[in-house]
Ligand binder design. Structure first.
Ligand SMILES: Cc1cc2nc3c(=O)[nH]c(=O)nc-3n(C[C@H](O)[C@H](O)[C@H](O)COP(=O)(O)O)c2cc1C
Length: 206
């Protein structure tokens, strides 16, 4: 008789990981934009990366690669570069709301909200599903973080900087890799504002 294969466990799960159900983690995960100063440790980061790589992946390509940035000076440089590139876009005619432009030209505005950790998921050039795989990995990571009591937020604003050749060189990211899903991680400061969703729109059910 064939034995049932055992479900692989996620290695390096910190003991602090709560026994939150998948539905609870989905319901409780919110974009967190305010963090306590304490840094997320290596063990937690590794647990998040292991959760990420258990995402479904088309043709088992596993196209993801992770850049972990915890150096405050580097985080600041990426934030400043992102704001400069986004402001340049506005100068070159791409529409930006006046409020957004004001933020991007404010030296005090940190696009990472003073989070101590950025995990940027980069993608190898591996075909039409590679970016989707990376987003699935991103959601795994954010749900695992939620179950560990950590806060996360996708920072799409950082993508131009994370794909900027100067920043990639500084992080030693191979040029053929593309940043897809940048996620800040930290210990949430206080309660997060509730979010809302519309009811699922069912357009076919036959
Ligand atoms: C692709 C993507 C890009 C995002 N970029 C940013 C960003 O640059 N800055 C930010 O503060 N939030 C960003 N967010 C977070 C969204 O604003 C947030 O998920 C949304 O408001 C819903 O709130 P919730 O995640 O708490 O449900 C991004 C989310 C996604 C999925």
């Amino acid at each position: 008789m064939n034995s049932v294969p055992s479900v692989p466990s996620v290695p390096s799960v910190p003991s602090a990981m709560s026994a939150m159900s998948a539905m609870e983690a989905i319901a409780q995960r919110r974009a967190v934009r305010s963090f306590l100063p304490e840094q997320v440790g290596r063990e937690c980061i590794m647990a998040l990366l292991h959760a990420a790589v258990w995402a479904p992946t088309a043709m088992h390509e596993e196209p993801w690669a992770f850049a972990v940035v915890q150096d405050p000076a580097m985080l600041k440089r990426i934030s400043q570069r992102a704001k400069a590139l986004l402001s340049e876009d506005a100068l070159h005619g791409r529409h930006l709301a006046p409020e957004a432009l004001k933020r991007f030209t404010d030296p005090a505005f940190d696009i990472f909200y003073d989070a101590g950790t950025l995990i940027a998921i980069y993608c190898r050039p591996l075909g039409p599903y590679a970016a989707g795989d990376c987003w699935l990995a991103a959601e795994n990571l954010m749900l695992a973080a939620c179950a560990m009591g950590l806060g996360t937020c996708v920072i799409g604003l950082s993508l131009p900087a994370l794909n900027d050749p100067l920043i990639k060189k500084e992080l030693a990211i191979p040029p053929e890799l593309t940043a897809i899903a940048p996620i800040i991680v930290g210990v949430p400061r206080g309660q997060v504002q509730p979010s809302q969703r519309k009811e699922p729109q069912i357009i076919a059910w036959r």
